[in-house]
Design a protein around this ligand. Structure first.
Ligand SMILES: Nc1ncnc2c1ncn2[C@@H]1O[C@H](COP(=O)(O)OP(=O)(O)OP(=O)(O)O)[C@@H](O)[C@H]1O
Length: 300
């Protein structure tokens, strides 16, 4: 196990609003890794990130950002954390160059050469007042300001929303570049499972205020399969914990399996038609649907 300070840690964190509660969130990230936080609308992704950044105070639990207790030590933590969320705004009457000067004056890690490279790569004009930039350009400008600080941890709430596919591609490439220095880490939330699948080392699924699954990306992709096999219509389906869904069509059954292995499949002792890997999007949907079914069954 690594002894290095974790990029962040949340233990048993809860927060209740009038119509929503975030329950018992426990997540952590090793330095040098990217975590994708994935969840449906209103799942609690932004609330989790706001708690982590000390913008909200938890009702219960412990939060550490680069080893600093939050929110008490947030000033120390934030020196080394770059944060961008989609409700952030730039000063509309200033140019991007003025923003860059401003950020460079505050943060000692500012890397002017890297900022110049990002300006070119993102196709931004430093001398143009921000109010003349498109929405996507403003999002890229915010990301440039965060990236060029070379923070130890980047926390990005929906960083790719509003960006065109080319800009998204450039940004994801930039994220991978950040991790060339293996003490740096990224936490980002997204609905876009393709982006998450492409760059994350760790993935956490969140739904209705709870973490419903969290593991290494490879582990998710290895464990889940769609298995199609022949099963006579009059024979009951298997009641096994690994089978999270079973669709039947005449003599065919399609199983969605979490915990697949060749040995497991052999135990079913049925003629197999097809075994397919699942995309992260399919795994995400199956995880959320299954967790909701379990919760609803428990509530009855
Ligand atoms: N300050 C607040 N006061 C009351 N309710 C809040 C507050 N902040 C968030 N919520 C509620 O918490 C729930 C989760 O919101 P949150 O923004 O964390 O979700 P999300 O997963 O980021 O969603 P989306 O993908 O749609 O952005 C929502 O129902 C929202 O109304």
């Amino acid at each position: 196990m690594s002894t290095a300070t974790k990029a962040f840690e949340m233990k048993g964190v809860s927060k209740t609003f009038r119509f929503f509660s975030l329950n018992d969130i426990s997540l952590d990230l090793e330095p040098g890794q990217i975590m994708g936080l994935v969840g449906p609308n209103g799942a609690g992704k932004s609330t989790t990130i706001r708690l982590l950044m000390g913008l909200l105070t938890a009702d219960a639990g412990e939060i550490r950002l680069l080893g600093h207790a939050m929110p008490d030590q947030s000033a120390a933590a934030k020196l080394d954390v770059g944060f961008v969320s989609d409700d952030m705004r730039l000063f509309q009457h200033l140019t991007l160059a003025q923003h860059m000067d401003f950020v460079a004056a505050i943060y000692p890690g500012w890397d002017a050469a890297y900022a110049a490279t990002l300006l070119k790569r993102f196709g931004l004009r430093a001398q143009q007042p921000v109010k003349g930039l498109s929405t996507g350009e403003q999002a890229k400008a915010l990301l440039l300001l965060a990236l060029a600080r070379r923070p130890k941890l980047l926390v990005l709430d929906e960083p790719t929303s509003g960006l065109d596919p080319v800009a998204r591609h450039e940004l994801l490439t930039e994220f991978m570049d950040v991790l060339r220095d293996d003490s740096r880490s990224i936490l980002f939330s997204s609905h876009n499972t393709l982006d998450v699948e492409r760059i994350s080392d760790r993935i956490s699924f969140i739904d209705r205020g709870r973490v419903v699954a969290a593991s290494d990306k490879e582990d998710f992709l290895e464990r889940w399969r769609r298995v199609q096999l022949r099963l006579p219509a009059d024979q009951p389906a298997w009641a096994l914990p690994e089978i999270v869904a079973c669709e039947r069509d005449g003599g065919l059954a399609t199983l969605t399996v979490d915990g697949f292995s060749d040995d497991w499949l052999a135990r079913l002792d049925a003629p197999v038609q097809q075994v397919q890997r699942m995309s992260l999007e399919e795994i995400f949907v199956a995880t959320v649907m299954h967790s909701r079914q379990v919760q609803e069954a428990q509530a009855q």
